[in-house]
Design a protein around this ligand. Sequence first.
Ligand code: CAA
Ligand code: FAD
Length: 380
Amino acid sequence: MDFSLSEEHIMIRDAARDFAQTELLPGVIERDNKQKFPKELVKKMGELGFMGIMVDPKYGGSGMDAISYVLIMEELSKIDASASVMVSVNNSLVCYGLESYGSEEQKQKYLTKLATGEFLGAFCLSEPEAGSDATSQRTTAIDKGDHYLINGTKNWITNGGSADIYLVIAQTDKDKGSHGINAFIIEKGVDGFHVGPKEDKLGIRGSDTHTLQFNDVKVPKKNRIGANGSGFRFAMKTLSGGRIGIASQALGIASGAYELALKYSKERKAFGTEICNHQAIAFKLADMYTDIEAARHLVMKAAWDKDQGNNYDRSSAMAKLYASKVAMEHTVEAVQIHGGNGFVKEYHVERLMRDAKITQIYEGTSEIQKIVISRGLLRD
Ligand code: CAA
Ligand code: FAD
């Protein structure tokens, strides 16, 4: 067993750290306030290979492993979780979904642009009546011979307003339940596709989240991903990888808050000494560091499982469940260590605390991760 990073992994991590410090840190508070994320930053992330981290170079990707993906996600998330969710959705939901289950034609047409950051992708599973209960899809995709006709509503879609390509899950044959569901590629701007207003959110405010409406949207048959009826399994398999991305986002949020809290505790004085010399603060730091290390091991194990070709449904659920809990609990502690300064934007920890919450909700709530983990345990 080897817990050390290779020289290549260290270089990748340092490149992401450098990018986060020089390009993401300036303006992160303004982006959070204004709920904006400039296209140029997505382009820069594409140039660095961050939009297609694990994609085969023959499709324009960086050809890196899942460990590299986690390292990049952690570094971006320490500074800007809005940037990292865009990276996570594009990489582990959209690019992975297309590369693993798409046709060669779909890969050539869409993946090559998504992997370089020329296009941005969105993954559309959730609906007003089908969030956790994802098999209850109401959006319909009716087979019309050479095309499908899509009708329905998707909500909470990350990159909903800024994406070029949407992977949309819809019900073709209700009687077949989860076996009657399909996944489709829909291009922005097609007739009958409407993007609703941007949600005004608690956290990850730089990332745009929208409701999407599909009214008689015609999708050519060649845009269906995989065999007829394979859309639910496509979504579940893709989400298992996505959960490694969100787990590493949570890890980054927690470690970013810890680093800020450690630094502040060594500078701020109270009762004649730096506050880190008060045991109540030192013990908080000890708890934070221990829990973050434990989360890192779970996240790395899930990524390692993926790289080894092992099943990672359960390890990714465990990593997301635990890392998101650590992120929520310890960003609150980081604010506490900062005292009053923790409550204002310029110290960054209040944003990390707000951003942490979403990691317990999206790509399957913590309760859903426990369903995935416990079903796996009982099945074994
Ligand atoms: N791999 C392959 N097949 C799978 C699978 C997996 N990981 N998980 C389930 N399936 C199969 C099952 O085997 C079953 O097939 P059979 O009928 O042939 O046995 C079928 O799919 C239905 O599965 P379940 O009976 O387990 O379905 P369920 O209704 O009990 O729901 C669930 C299972 C795990 C709760 C699932 O609905 C779920 O994951 N819900 C959460 C949805 C979610 O994570 N949404 C995230 C949206 S994307 C997002 O959030 C992005 C973002 O924010 C940035
Ligand atoms: P519900 O399913 O209504 O759940 C409500 C509560 O009940 C939760 O606490 C849940 O855990 C609990 N619950 C539900 N069922 C059970 C059960 N069986 N046992 C125990 N507890 C249960 N979706 C996408 O498809 N694409 C995206 O890009 C995307 N991005 C998002 C971005 C943001 C900012 C947000 C807020 C959401 C995003 N989502 C996206 C949707 C997200 O995946 C869902 O919000 C999430 O899956 C939960 O669904 P829900 O909101 O309908 O909650």
